[in-house]
Design a protein around this ligand. Structure first.
Ligand code: SF4
Ligand code: SF4
Ligand code: FES
Length: 546
């Protein structure tokens, strides 16, 4: 790769790459507002001024240049911190603050505002302007975001977002000069499904998320990398939380999955992470007519004893799972059936799903499969078909033991009616549902924000989640529950951690062969062997997803 210099240090660049882009890629800091790597370059904010002391031909540029719009060239030398640059930045910063209210203490962006940060770092701390500030006021611009126009520094990121990223052209810049203001067209609120991204890319507190406004100061939030489980795309997110309460999901850049974006529906899935009322918060056993709290040891012991009494044949054992379960959980429950009962009766729902086809990448994110791990279930050969024909046959036979993981087949009431009569039903899950109502033993699991795991997205990319918040005291992660249950039943495999389960899965399951947990990292890794998904339908752009 060709090389140029920033502050005396060599920086590699791709031919045609701009100075700012190459600098950011190499971890160099050049302050900027209007530049965004996913959108066109407008060079309007002027904050990224740098001094080109050598254009690559031995001659300097005649004046300060905007790093976001200048091509890097071989032999070019840039200075980002000399007196000329500092004075230029000070003036730009002062200019941007002419109309910006100094209301940081009551602004929700405070703490993550680049105008605030750059003013502290590069600003002059005073203003020469004694005119009164422009007043534009607050606007309700959409279901997900609000606009405080007085704070706008006219970087045009929001305008470019609806033109270039969603293609909806709902938002723009009106009037000129001192009167210039951002707003929706014809005063109508925006309807695009990706409005939260506008709050993310707005460098100041002009566009903010309604869902998060005034709930927590951002410097209190702790952050963990994870994925959104709102659909099978598995967009990369940062879970932001404080005192064990989750406040928001923010996009985590992954060019192979969601680039910089998230949909609004996905952002709202954080609410489920705080759901406590419907949680199963301790192991339960059927005592008489009622489910009552019991210890883990008693629960495992009772299951093992009952299974010893029942001596089920392979065809008399069934496991049902949903595709919210992680790869490891699916692998372990499949292993439990195989090793413990020589049974392959493990089923999950595989309804058809739709994927939008669009010239605008962001529209291809949302799918109608609202589960995160259908591809993982397919890769592990969990059984299932569109009409549940095979499962019906198994259910209509004689069943003695049924394991239910999560909330599969939730609308199939007749399945539940039949399974209810089975001699032993074990439900492993996070929330109370109609399966826990008919179970003999209920084992409380943990929500994905409380445990580690990996999920395979619609493009067959394996991605991992971190523990963000503490789980309820008497719950356990499902992989651990299944592993402990196996041991209680006298099976030989036992697992101590998610990496250990994943690596065992890579040895036994072809689709995962050759992968190791450490390779997944923050960006995920593709499955070794791709599986065909016959339930996928691609629908053309502008057809409304069901
Ligand atoms: S509202 Fe925010 S993103 Fe839009 S132009 Fe103003 S400062 Fe930039
Ligand atoms: S597209 Fe799917 S995975 Fe991505 S944020 Fe939306 S719901 Fe979540
Ligand atoms: S980032 Fe370069 S001019 Fe705005």
């Amino acid at each position: 790769m060709p090389v140029f210099q920033i502050d005396g240090e060599p920086v590699e660049y791709e031919p045609g790459e701009k100075v700012l882009s190459a600098a950011l890629r190499c971890g160099k800091i050049i302050p900027h507002y209007c530049y965004h790597p996913g959108m066109s370059i407008v060079a309007t904010c002027r904050m990224c001024l740098v001094d080109v002391i050598d254009l690559g031909n031995g001659r300097p540029a005649p004046k300060l240049q905007t790093a976001c719009s200048v091509d890097a060239t071989e032999g070019m030398k840039i200075e980002t911190f000399n007196q000329k640059v500092e004075e230029g930045r000070k003036l730009v910063n002062e200019f941007l603050l002419i109309n910006h209210p100094l209301d940081c203490p009551i602004c929700d962006q405070s703490g993550e505002c680049t105008l605030q940060d750059y003013s502290f770092k590069y600003g002059s701390g005073k203003s020469e302007m004694d005119y009164s500030k422009r007043v534009n006021g607050w606007r309700d611009i959409g279901t997900f975001v609000a606009l405080e126009r007085n704070r706008c520094i006219q970087c045009s990121r929001c305008d470019r977002f609806t033109r270039e990223i969603t293609g909806t052209n709902e938002f723009g810049m009106f009037n000129r000069g001192h009167e210039l203001a951002v707003d929706t067209y014809t005063d109508r609120p925006m309807t695009n499904k990706f409005q939260g991204n506008m709050a993310d890319i707005c460098p100041v507190g002009a566009i903010t998320e309604k869902e998060f406004r005034f709930k927590r100061r951002v410097w209190k939030l702790k952050k963990n990398h994870s994925i959104c489980t709102g659909c099978s795309t598995g967009c990369n997110v940062t879970i932001e939380h404080d005192r064990n309460e989750v406040f928001r999901l923010k996009p985590h850049e992954n060019q192979n999955v969601n680039k910089w974006w998230l949909c609004d529906e996905g952002r709202l899935t954080y609410r489920k992470m705080n759901e406590k009322k419907s949680r199963i918060n301790q192991p339960l056993g059927l005592i008489g007519e009622n489910l009552e709290g019991i210890s883990w040891e008693k629960a495992y012991g009772a299951i093992a004893e009952r299974i010893r009494e029942l001596k089920p044949l392979p065809q008399e054992v069934l496991a049902l799972t949903d595709t919210h379960a992680s790869n490891e959980e699916l692998f372990l429950i499949q292993k439990l059936l195989k090793e413990g009962f020589s049974s392959e009766n493990i089923f999950c729902p595989f309804p058809t799903w739709e994927q939008s086809e669009s010239d605008f990448f962001i529209n291809t994110l949302i799918t109608t499969d609202k589960t995160p791990n259908r591809a993982g279930a397919l890769a592990l050969h969990i059984k299932g078909d569109l009409k549940n024909t095979k499962l019906k046959k198994v259910i209509e036979g004689d069943l003695k033991v049924v394991f239910v993981l999560g909330n599969p087949f939730e609308t199939e009431l007749e399945f539940k009616e039949i399974i209810k009569r089975t001699q032993l039903v074990i439900h492993i899950g996070v929330f109370h549902n109609s399966w826990s109502e008919i179970a003999d033993v209920v084992l409380p699991g943990q929500f994905y924000s409380e445990k580690e795991g990996t999920y395979t997205n619609k493009n067959q990319r394996v991605q991992s989640t971190e523990i963000a918040v503490k789980a309820l005291r008497r719950t356990r992660p499902e992989w651990q529950i299944i592993s402990e249950l196996s041991q209680a039943l006298g099976h030989k495999s036992s697992f101590e951690s998610i990496p250990q389960v994943f690596n065992a899965m890579a040895l036994e399951a072809k689709a995962f062969s050759g992968l190791s947990f450490d390779e997944i990292g923050g960006l995920g890794i593709g499955l070794t062997k791709k599986t065909k998904d016959s339930g996928k339908n691609v629908v053309p752009e502008f057809v409304t997803l069901k």
